[in-house]
Design a protein around this ligand. Structure first.
Ligand code: ASP
Length: 587
């Protein structure tokens, strides 16, 4: 019987065991070889005399071996308290090489920095590294905890198809051409949204699925073309039933991965409050520095910029970002950043020892204004104050971004969960068109408000946020086909288009649909934060690069002409021209 290497302890002393794994490290001292053998459970030190076991002479890094020998205590003074197996070592009776290994492209060691492309090119080796192994295990424990928690609450795990019609979550669809019906396409699901709603029509009442979702988006730091969600839906539910259930899941996963009990209920902020205080709909509550309204101070200001902003319907907001290393170039780069974010500029002030405010604009402000700023921002000597004067949304967003840039902890030691509720139902694009803010199946909070003033209407949508990371979203759904039609109408979706795209779904709503609500959160993101990682690629077993390429398999790749013919697909000139170019490895 094989023993897990990492399980061996003093209580095993005297036992003869067999361990199989990889040569993690080998040192030779005084004619004796010390070989660290690693398997999925951990590492054990094997001590061999090459004179007795000549196979040992050839052992190199990452050879896959099997060793049988007796467990004994390490000689006094050579114990390794950092290793769970550090009190014991293993002698050798038999040693067999199961597989040799070529020289590796990098060491299997967490301390070695390797560029990400190389890691992804050799992901199977990268995953041998302890940190990545721990992330894989954490992910598996997370999904097990999710299943356990929902099973106890009577949820049914139901699979939904991967080859579907378009699901409108606001991203571009990934399309799959049909061979049997040339010219027609399946879409990969952006989420199981409509299927889970149909499961409510089907009487399932409590559904969940660990679902792969596909969104053809331009890559941002925490996005991938495919990702995994816990998708969930319940009938006869209102918002608080969803929040309660999702909290129970998030608490269970946190307990599993971090061993701590998160306090429930999580704090809740309305979207409006979140924007006002933190300038974002995914605030990081691990630190303060809230945004403060200062407009009242400047109605009559001698400072034209402030006065004109207010006269033009804008607002003046400030934030105290505390002690910062300060220099002219720092000030310039923050101002530059604010401009990149769309602001006209940024006012900064430093609180001097005598509590006066040093700032390029101080000379335009009178004592009352300066004292007002100091009091409102609770300023102490050494603090840096930032002030934005702009349209409300821009002003709070700029300060919210700077708040994160300057104060956000880089690691995820503490955990701050929260709900953001009462999102707007719609968003107005710059060209005046109206789009949904969550998805078009989200219930308005009030039908009258929606009809009277669509862009001011609140929805029954909510988000879960952890440490400034949006974990996921959900909503109470529309279960009345007439209301659904009205929403399509506001969204400018013609009845004929609605019928063509969603007719099958609208029809289902007509057969006695229960009120229902649900949620989905990104398992990648949750595990990322709980594992203290800052990129989801660290917790996805086989992710793609930022440009959607898999450096290991080379996907996406060109296919044979005959395959395209079978699918009825021809490549455009520009695609063919790309084919002639040297292979672009992508980032
Ligand atoms: N389908 C939504 C999403 O993927 C979640 C939901 O509304 O349940 O974001």
């Amino acid at each position: 019987m094989r023993s897990p290497a990492g399980s061996l302890r003093a209580s095993d002393i005297g036992r003869t065991v067999t361990v199989s794994g990889w040569v993690q490290r080998r040192r030779d001292h005084g004619g004796i070889a010390f070989i660290d053998v690693r398997d999925a459970s951990g590492v054990i030190q094997v001590v061999a005399d090459p004179a007795e076991h000549e196979e040992v002479t050839d052992l190199k890094m990452e050879y896959c071996i099997s060793v049988t020998g007796v467990i004994r205590a390490r000689p006094e003074g050579t114990e390794n308290p950092d290793l769970p197996t550090g009190g014991v070592e293993m002698g050798v009776e038999e040693l067999a090489v199961l597989s040799s290994a070529d020289t590796l492209p990098f060491m299997i060691d967490d301390r070695v920095e390797i560029d990400e492309r190389t890691r992804l090119r050799y992901r199977y080796l990268d995953l041998r590294r302890p940190r990545m192994g721990a992330n894989l295990r954490a992910r598996s424990r997370a999904t097990a905890a999710i299943r356990r928690t929902l099973d106890e609450q009577g949820f049914l795990e139901v699979e939904t198809p991967t080859l579907v019609n378009s699901t409108p979550e606001g991203a571009r669809d990934m399309l799959v051409p049909s061979r049997l019906r040339k010219g027609e396409f399946y879409a990969l699901p952006q989420s199981p949204q409509l299927f889970k709603q149909l499961l409510m029509v089907a009487g399932v009442e409590r559904y969940f699925q660990i679902a792969r979702c596909y969104r053809d988006e331009d890559f941002r730091a925490d996005r991938q073309l495919e990702f995994t969600q816990l998708d969930l839906e319940g009938s006869f539910w209102d918002r608080d039933d969803v929040l309660d259930t999702i909290e129970s899941v998030l608490v269970a996963v946190t307990k599993e991965l971090r061993g701590i009990d998160v306090t429930r209920p999580f704090p809740r902020l309305t979207w409006q409050e979140s924007m006002e205080r933190f300038g974002t709909d995914k605030p990081d509550l691990r630190f303060g520095a809230e945004i403060i309204e200062l407009s009242d101070l400047f109605g009559e200001s001698g400072f034209g910029v402030f006065r004109d902003t207010l006269a033009g319907g804008g607002t003046i907001r400030g934030i105290n970002v505390g002690q910062q290393e300060w220099s002219r170039s720092r000030a310039d780069s923050l101002t530059e950043r604010a401009k990149e974010l769309g602001a006209k500029g940024l006012v900064w002030m430093i609180v001097e020892e005598d509590e006066s405010l040093r700032s390029p604009v101080a000379k335009f402000l009178d004592d009352k204004e300066l004292t007002g700023i100091r009091d409102a921002l609770d300023a102490k000597p050494g603090d840096v104050l930032l002030i934005a004067a702009d349209r409300w949304k821009l002003a709070v967003e700029v300060l919210g971004t700077l708040r994160n840039d300057l104060l956000r902890p880089s690691a995820h030691q503490d955990l701050a969960f929260l709900w953001v509720i009462d999102f707007p139902l719609f968003e107005e694009e710059e060209d005046g068109t109206i789009t949904f803010s969550h998805h078009p199946f989200t219930s308005p909070a009030s039908l009258d408000d929606m009809r009277d003033n669509p862009t001011g209407a609140i929805s029954k949508a909510y988000d879960a946020v952890l440490n400034g990371v949006e974990l996921g979203s959900g909503s109470v759904r529309i279960h009345d086909p007439d209301v659904q039609r009205q929403v399509f109408d506001i969204l400018g979706i013609e009845p004929a288009t609605a019928e063509r795209r969603f007719g099958w779904f609208l029809e289902a709503l007509r057969y006695g649909t229960p009120p229902h609500a649900g949620f989905a959160f990104g398992i990648d993101r949750l595990v990322m934060v709980l594992q203290g990682e800052t990129s989801i690629r660290e917790v996805i077993p086989f992710p793609k690069t930022q440009s959607g390429v898999d450096p290991m398999t080379g996907a996406p790749t060109w296919v044979e002409e005959t395959q395209l013919e079978e699918l009825g697909v021809t490549l455009t000139e520009s695609a063919l021209a790309r084919r002639e170019l040297p292979d672009d490895p992508g980032e």
